[in-house]
Design a protein around this ligand. Structure first.
Ligand SMILES: Cc1ncc(C[n+]2csc(CCOP(=O)(O)OP(=O)(O)O)c2C)c(N)n1
Ligand SMILES: CC(=O)[C@@H](O)[C@H](O)COP(=O)(O)O
Ligand SMILES: [Mg+2]
Length: 649
């Protein structure tokens, strides 16, 4: 039997569907999503919740003329299906495949690229203003979740939206969830609106009664809306928004297409910003996701029947190590507190949350607040660890600089997902943090080479009296080089002499570690030094071995401290080695390699040939990390080739 979904091949095809088939279409879409995402992975639960909402938007709007801005964009899969991207769905989140987020380059039905939270209202307001100033005629809608609405940027936009005197529809998709439980005063407020069924019925009956008074009823309702009288609080919900100057419609059942269409049509007639409050269920229609929306927020491949993960286990991850080590430290240091911006599970803080609930703070999607809040906690004598993804830390640049660094506060930034993250793509790659943190005066920045060194660094950070950032990658830990465990010393890099390890004769003492003997006593133009940052040490080990097989001597330095740099070591290396190679999983500009170049220039070490291995200065699309590395010539084999080409040229 053919599916209704098969008749939808481009935007507006949904308008040809018989309304009696809407329910069936919604079911087919859910089935399609579950089946596809079970293979590709992706943001399942949020998308299952927005099926009817998206169908209703497509029935009310005219694509590509009208503009729809998705907040975060992780819930836009049905929009992709309804705008002609169904056949590409099997490529979701793979290299050169369909993105997991809205992408203008993918479709003219996508108006704004997203991935980070709380941008939609600002962007949609901009589109509205541009439309009006240019005398154009199209509808603009922002769809924002209750979690994303907790972000400060969304409030800044709402504050301004009150001044709009032309139509902007803001759909608040309220499923009572962020990735984890939604938190804070706004979540409580929405909860009251959502759950006060008696009150809603009472309000509906007043509204109905008034509407039945011909002519007068609607005038009274309108007057009530505009009055400052507290009676209106009894009749009109969403007063928070109304008091801010927006029109509020809702709450609406987000799985009832007819109700949604009526609400969206009414909203389009208001010449100001209108907030339509829609209640949905995260994971709707797939029991395992309804029961555990947090786990199904972002899944890897899974078995549809059992709902169980079918992706091979990754082994221990850096997030696991952070999670466990923080518990150890918290036991010893009662001043230690932990902060997350809506990512307790992703950052591994969920264990800490359970064990030390009074010392744990989930501030919602509010990275700026998280950092300044940490600065306040540190000013009050506590030791805050802010666990945050590299990409989301971009939000908090000034808070780190102005609040943490100028105040020289002992805040620890535990920067997860630093480097390439893979399938989320360009909005989520953590490839800028060295550039935006390492130049900050008073910031100490580290990156571990492996699991045990990460633990050492967390211990170091715990006792360090100043701002510290530790960057570590997504996924499994590197377990190699465990025998290299020199104690962490402020600002000192670690020399790793791979040749000596066979006899277990490693550089165990400071004297041996820093001995110039391994480089030879005189300047050797052909001797290479690889200065590898964090995750790149693993790659560098392979490169050093290959070079050695080719009869070329290369010495490996585990950078450890991105800032301050180990300048004392640099001066000594400059006397004996001629080729320096920096390796970092960060873009080139503002990266470690450029800092080293600056050092060589400043000290006039002209005899050194510097090769900078870094990610290109560009946004890097989605794909499996191994695939991306190969395409970017960032894998060990390509790096080796690149080095040989340069040294032999
Ligand atoms: C600035 C920023 N911080 C954190 C995230 C990670 N994140 C993605 S979706 C999400 C939850 C969003 O909740 P909500 O808007 O209610 O959407 P739902 O998942 O419930 O559909 C979070 C925290 C992000 N994308 N951007
Ligand atoms: C949409 C979003 O920002 C998050 O859901 C993110 O995709 C999670 O990434 P991880 O899978 O790395 O936790
Ligand atoms: Mg939500």
């Amino acid at each position: 039997m053919s599916r209704i979904l098969d008749n939808i091949n481009q935007a507006n095809d949904i308008k040809k569907i018989n309304p009696s088939d809407y329910k069936k279409l919604a079911e087919e879409i859910r089935k399609f999503l579950v089946q596809n995402i079970s293979k590709t992975g992706g943001h399942l639960a949020s998308n299952l919740g927005t099926v009817e909402l998206t169908m209703a938007l497509h029935l009310c709007m005219d694509f590509p003329k009208d503009k729809l801005v998705w907040d975060v964009g992780h819930q836009a899969y049905t929009h992709k299906l309804l705008s002609g991207r169904k056949n590409d769905f099997c490529t979701l989140r793979t290299f050169e495949g369909l993105s997991g987020f809205p992408k203008k380059k993918e479709s003219n039905c996508d108006s704004f690229d997203t991935g980070h939270s709380s941008t939609s209202i600002s962007a949609a307001m901009g589109l509205v203003k541009a439309r009006d100033l240019k005398g154009e005629n199209y509808r603009v809608t922002a769809v924002i979740g209750d979690g994303a609405l907790s972000g400060g940027l969304a409030f800044e936009a709402l504050n301004n939206a009150a001044r709009l005197n032309s139509n902007l529809m803001i759909v608040l998709n309220d499923n009572n969830m962020s990735i984890s439980e939604n938190v804070g005063g706004l979540a409580n407020y929405l909860g009251q609106l959502r759950t006060n069924v008696k009150y809603n019925k009472f309000k509906d009956s007043i509204e109905n009664a008034l509407n039945h008074i011909p002519g007068l009823g609607s005038i009274i309702m309108d007057k009530l809306r505009k009055s400052k009288d507290s009676i209106k609080r009894l009749v009109i919900p969403g007063m928070l928004f109304e008091d801010m100057g927006l029109t509020y419609i809702g709450p609406i059942d987000g799985h009832d297409i007819n109700q949604l269409i009526t609400a969206f049509s009414s909203a389009s007639k208001v010449n100001e910003a209108v907030l339509v409050h829609v209640i949905t269920k995260k994971g709707r229609g797939y029991k395992p996701a309804e029961l555990n929306p947090c786990w199904y927020h972002s899944v890897e491949s899974f078995d549809v029947k059992t709902g169980k993960n079918s992706t091979p286990k990754k082994g221990v991850t850096y997030t696991d190590v952070f999670s466990e080590t923080l518990l150890e430290l918290a036991k010893e240091n009662e001043k230690l507190v932990a902060i997350t911006a809506a990512m307790p599970s992703g950052t591994g803080l969920n264990k800490f949350m359970r064990q030390y609930p009074e010392r744990f703070f989930d501030v919602g999607i509010a990275e700026e607040h998280a950092v300044t809040y940490a600065a306040g906690l540190a000013s009050g004598g506590l030791k805050p660890f802010v666990a945050i993804y590299s990409t989301f830390l971009q939000r908090a640049y000034d808070q780190i600089l102005h609040d943490v660094c100028i105040n020289k506060l002992p805040v620890v930034l535990a920067i997860d997902r630093a480097g390439l993250v893979g399938n989320d793509g360009e909005t989520h790659q953590g490839i800028f943090d060295i550039s935006f943190l390492s130049h900050m005066p008073s910031m100490t920045m580290l990156a571990p080479k492996n699991k045990q060194e990460f633990r050492q660094m967390l211990y170091f950070a715990n006792q360090f009296d100043g701002p510290v950032a530790i960057r570590y990658p997504r996924g499994r830990v590197y377990e190699g080089l465990e025998e290299f465990q020199t104690p962490i010393e402020y600002g000192k890099s670690e020399i790793i002499n791979l040749n000596k390890r066979k006899n277990n004769d490693v550089f165990g003492t400071d004297k041996d570690q820093t001995s110039l003997d391994i480089f030879g006593k005189e300047f050797q133009p052909e001797t290479m030094v690889i200065l590898a940052v964090g995750s790149m040490v693993e790659t560098a080990v392979q490169v050093v071995k290959e070079l050695s097989n080719l009869g070329k001597q290369a010495v490996l330095v585990n950078v450890r401290f991105i800032s301050p740099m180990d300048e004392a070591l640099f001066h000594r290396l400059a006397l004996s080695t001629g080729v320096w190679i920096t390796m970092e999983e960060n873009v080139k500009t503002g990266g470690y390699g450029e800092k080293v170049a600056g050092f060589l220039m400043e000290h006039n070490y002209r005899q050194i040939r510097l090769i900078n291995i870094s990610l290109p200065d560009q946004f890097i699309e989605q794909g499996d990390v191994a695939v991306l590395k190969e395409k970017l010539q960032f894998d060990a084999a390509s790096i080796l080739k690149n080095i040989l080409a340069k040294v032999e040229s």
